[in-house]
Design a protein around this ligand. Structure first.
Ligand SMILES: Nc1ncnc2c1ncn2[C@@H]1O[C@H](COP(=O)(O)OP(=O)(O)OP(=O)(O)O)[C@@H](O)[C@H]1O
Length: 269
């Protein structure tokens, strides 16, 4: 009788998931309550690598709660969240290394320079000073703020601050980027710049993006869409399919049919 293989060998023999088929983000049966208030109810969807997934919902739909769970600000009460197959509860280190986040409220230090903000964040990720300086300079160039590197963040416009927050979220080279209503309060030009920058990250760098919004005009036909309403996923899939299945002609009407909500004149849910 042969003796069993050592544990290390058995582990090596286990089939590894194919990276091409592992979702960047998978949310599986997630529910969350604040006391008696149920904010998320059995939420399941996934974000593919190199895709732009819009999470569309009204105020109070549960978008920020979901982001707080994915980023581990809150513990998971029920269900499972995994980033590239790494369970965020069982393997938080591996999972969070692959994740970049831009939260809805601004979180920059206004009295530090742009570079100082980036270097501080890089240090939290254990990136060496020299590497951090190189990455910061590169990212500031990409967002068109190289000439402002030494200025205080306080002197930037709202759109420039958002671009800096996106650069900061990319410093540790994540493969999944979450953005919670990143264009709120920005003018039309700044909004368009940010959306096109993030779409480039998808097409050129293969980053998976989850973009929470209540604005229909931020969604394009090639996106994936998740409609979240009162804590429940009402529809998900490629935008065209969601529209067709709702028997509608466009995202606005599909959203209205699915939720019974009135569409705001400004093009937002
Ligand atoms: N800390 C909290 N305590 C109690 N209830 C909360 C708390 N945070 C959120 N909620 C409730 O949970 C539900 C979902 O809120 P959440 O902030 O996740 O929605 P949202 O889609 O992000 O909305 P918004 O765009 O307005 O931020 C809402 O009913 C909200 O009132």
């Amino acid at each position: 009788m042969t003796s069993p293989a050592p544990i290390a060998d058995q582990r090596e023999a286990a089939p590894k998931p194919d990276p091409a088929t592992v979702p960047a983000l998978s949310i599986d049966g997630v529910s969350h309550s604040y006391g008696p208030r149920r904010a998320l109810i059995d939420v399941s969807f996934s974000v593919a690598p190199a895709s732009f997934t819009a999470l569309l919902g009204l105020n109070g739909a549960g978008k920020s709660t979901l982001f707080s769970l994915i980023t581990r600000l809150f513990g998971i009460q029920s269900g499972r969240v995994a980033i590239f197959g790494h369970d965020i509860t069982g393997s938080p280190g591996e999972a969070l290394r692959l994740l970049g986040v831009v939260f809805q409220p601004r979180t920059l230090d206004l009295d530090l320079s742009l570079t100082q903000n980036l270097l501080y964040h890089a240090a939290l990720h254990g990136i060496s000073r020299r590497e951090a300086a190189a990455r910061s300079a590169d990212l500031l160039g990409r967002i068109g703020l190289a000439d402002r590197a030494g200025n205080k963040v306080r002197d930037l416009s709202g759109g420039q601050m958002r671009r800096l927050e996106i650069a900061r979220a990319l410093l540790h080279r994540p493969r999944l980027l979450l953005l919670d209503e990143p264009t709120v309060g920005l003018d039309v030009k700044a909004r368009a710049d940010i959306i096109s920058h993030v779409r480039q990250l998808v097409t050129e760098q293969g980053i998976g993006v989850l973009w929470a919004t209540h604005l229909f005009d931020e969604i394009t036909a090639s996106d994936d869409l998740v409609v979240l309403h009162q804590g429940k996923v009402l529809a998900k899939g490629p935008v065209g399919r969601v529209i067709t299945e709702a028997g509608a002609q466009d995202v606005n009407t599909a959203f209205m049919r699915l939720t019974g909500a009135q569409v705001m004149p400004g093009g937002g849910a």
